[in-house]
Design a protein around this ligand. Structure first.
Ligand code: G6P
Length: 608
């Protein structure tokens, strides 16, 4: 996945494609490529690394003739960042070229079917099945073929397709991943994001789920899968490039918060087959996981907090002891690791130095390393025995949101997988749990639909001096993350406490007006946290409670109650962290701070 651009018009396409890709650089990428049709012939160039490589390889695009084509910057998901894996991908006969964002969940099935039909694949990507399917099913009618092939794909996609069979048209379709069509003068465009084309046109169609676009140089048809014409409003972009890069959001952090439902689906979808968890990325046999006597989880920052959620989830579901460590502590504390112990390393960037060194130490002691990483081909990914990638997409705001959430999703899946192979849950229980897990992204989406109440709350509390987050069990792990989110971007002093621990010292800090955010989503601990809420209330605290829908009794004690959609307790963390992210965001925003780049912090910490 990453950036898509396509051009069809009267000018040389390659330089226009390159300049579009330049505008998409901010999204992060590791390779780039383009395909252009000239005189009925497909031409292409792909390079690994920065865009300048592609510019050099094509003499700024001047070497490639032709007036229509597609380009892509790739941020690796399936397969390492190599020339073969970068886009566009081609059919075996070279007549179809495809750029793709998103994840095709059933690509292994499709690949098997095509291999049996005699197709050879040159990449490790999910995308390559698309041009091969197009060749396989081509019946002389390009649209019919595209529509048929798209109907076979499961997952998320924004696709740009060209073919020498139909050299005067670009075909595009989206489901799940964004795609727009730009309407120029004697030229038309496709792009994954508005900035790619904003210097060329401000008139765009925003494609909706399942809509196809057929572009020629002076016409664009938007149709459904049966080629029935859809009449769409032209959207006039009135933002500048900077705002457009953020999809109209003022800061990346809010954009990334809003992207979470999609990121969660992208992360979980490929690992679910119906209601079964499929962990085909794990190289050890089930017997290894069955006999595990100990798991370590090692990480820094928010990734460490998600590790704490993981401890509750893995111990609860799979009944395996889990120790969670900060990487900077683990490295120096001489941990007792037995050969064969599993060490789970969690890192968005895959480059955090303390985490990487902890991995190396554990490996030296004979541990097996399973990492949960967002950046393909990063150092941690390369040095691990197995990697479970989160498919959050590039995260730009320093304060993590979507990477954190997708790391939690992986831990849920791992918990369910381990529970099954260790005989801790029945198949019926697994089905029920997975059924619920699959609803989480939509519940997050529903919650995020209207955050105006949270913004109002943030405005009211933006000037507080101290905040305490309290909770028990999973709620405590989420409290730690909520507190970190708030302090790192709002510079408000904030601490998280296990609610039962308050009375051992911290409660002496509670005075009139101290803000306490109390998390109480865990049913068996609810009454106990409610008592803690009463304790701080009676000492003058202002309490914001976060509970699951239905727990209205908390309203008697709390000043404000935030309800999250109902779910199973084991998955509650995925939902309750969302209001905390949003609150932190709006507090920072209304304090007028640079939300995306908080002082003294870096996105990737590659020093000790
Ligand atoms: C930095 C970031 C945090 C992140 C931590 C670990 O402190 O600001 O958001 O949680 O590093 O980074 P990693 O890339 O290893 O997840």
């Amino acid at each position: 996945m990453c950036g898509i651009i396509g051009y069809i018009g009267d000018r040389q396409a390659a330089p226009i494609i390159l300049s579009g890709l330049r505008k998409l650089e901010y999204r992060g990428y590791d390779s780039a490529g383009m395909a252009v049709i000239c005189d009925g012939k497909m031409q292409s160039e792909k390079t690994v690394g920065k865009l300048v490589e592609l510019e050099n390889a094509t003499d700024e695009g001047t070497k490639i003739q032709g007036k229509m084509g597609i380009g892509h910057t790739r941020w690796a998901t399936h397969g390492a960042p190599t020339v073969q894996n970068s886009h566009p991908h081609f059919s075996q006969d070279g007549k179809f070229a495809v750029v793709h964002n998103g994840i095709i969940e059933n690509y292994l099935e499709l690949r098997k079917m095509l291999t049996e039909a005699g197709f050879t694949f040159v990449s490790d990507t999910d995308t390559e099945v698309v041009p091969q399917l197009l060749q396989h099913f081509y019946n002389g009618d390009m649209f019919e073929t595209v529509s048929k092939v798209v109907g076979m794909l499961r997952g998320a996609y924004a696709l740009g397709i060209i073919s020498t069979h139909d050299p005067d048209r670009i075909y595009a379709v989206r489901k799940g991943s964004p795609l727009i069509v730009g309407l120029g003068d004697g030229a038309n465009f496709i792009a994954s994001d508005i900035p790619a084309i904003l210097s060329r046109t401000r008139r765009v169609y925003l494609l909706e789920e399942g809509e196809f676009a057929i572009l020629s140089k002076d016409k664009v048809d938007i149709v459904d899968a049966d080629k029935k014409v859809i009449h769409k409003q032209v959207y006039e972009v009135d933002w500048d490039v900077d705002a457009a890069q953020k999809d109209g959001y003022e800061y990346y952090m809010l954009k990334e918060i809003m992207e979470q439902p999609r990121a969660m689906k992208d992360t979980m979808g490929p690992r679910l087959n119906g209601n079964d968890v499929v962990m085909s990325e794990l190289s050890m046999p089930e017997s290894y996981y069955k006999n595990l006597s100990k798991i370590f989880i090692v990480a820094c920052g928010s990734a460490y907090h998600v590790g704490l959620v993981g401890k509750y989830v893995l111990e609860d579901l799979a009944r395996v002891p889990v120790e969670v460590d900060l990487a900077s502590e683990f490295r120096y504390r001489n941990p007792i690791i037995q050969p064969g112990d599993l060490v789970i390393i969690i890192s968005q960037s895959g480059e955090t130095l303390d985490t990487l060194e902890a991995l190396r130490d554990a490996k030296k002691q004979g541990a097996r390393i399973l990492s949960i990483v967002n950046v393909k081909g990063s150092s941690i990914a390369r040095e691990s025995d197995d990697v479970l990638y989160t498919h959050a997409g590039p995260e730009i705001a320093v304060a993590t949101t979507k990477a954190y959430s997708t790391q939690m999703d992986i831990l849920f899946l791992l918990g369910l997988y381990l529970a099954r192979v260790r005989g801790q849950i029945t198949s019926a229980q697994e089905q029920e749990l997975v059924e619920e897990l699959k609803t989480i992204p939509d519940k997050v989406q529903a919650f995020l639909k209207d955050v105006s109440g949270l913004e109002k709350l943030a405005k009211q509390h933006k000037s507080v001096r101290d905040v305490f987050f309290i909770g028990r069990g999973i709620d405590y792990a989420i409290a730690l993350e909520g507190s970190l989110k708030l302090k790192e971007i709002s510079y408000i002093h904030s601490e998280a406490y296990a609610a039962g621990e308050l009375k051992h010292g911290t409660i002496s800090l509670i005075e009139d007006g101290t803000l306490v955010i109390a998390l109480a989503t865990q049913q068996k601990l609810f009454e106990k946290t409610l008592s803690n809420i009463k304790e701080v209330k009676s000492r003058g605290a202002t309490v914001i409670a976060v509970v699951m829908e239905g727990h209205t009794e908390v309203e008697k004690e709390a000043d404000v109650t935030i309800y999250i959609p109902k779910t199973m307790e084991v998955f509650a963390g995925a939902l309750e962290v969302i209001p905390l992210q949003v609150l932190a965001y709006y507090i920072s925003y209304h304090k007028g701070l640079d939300v995306d780049k908080p002082r003294n912090l870096a996105k990737s910490v590659t020093v000790e």
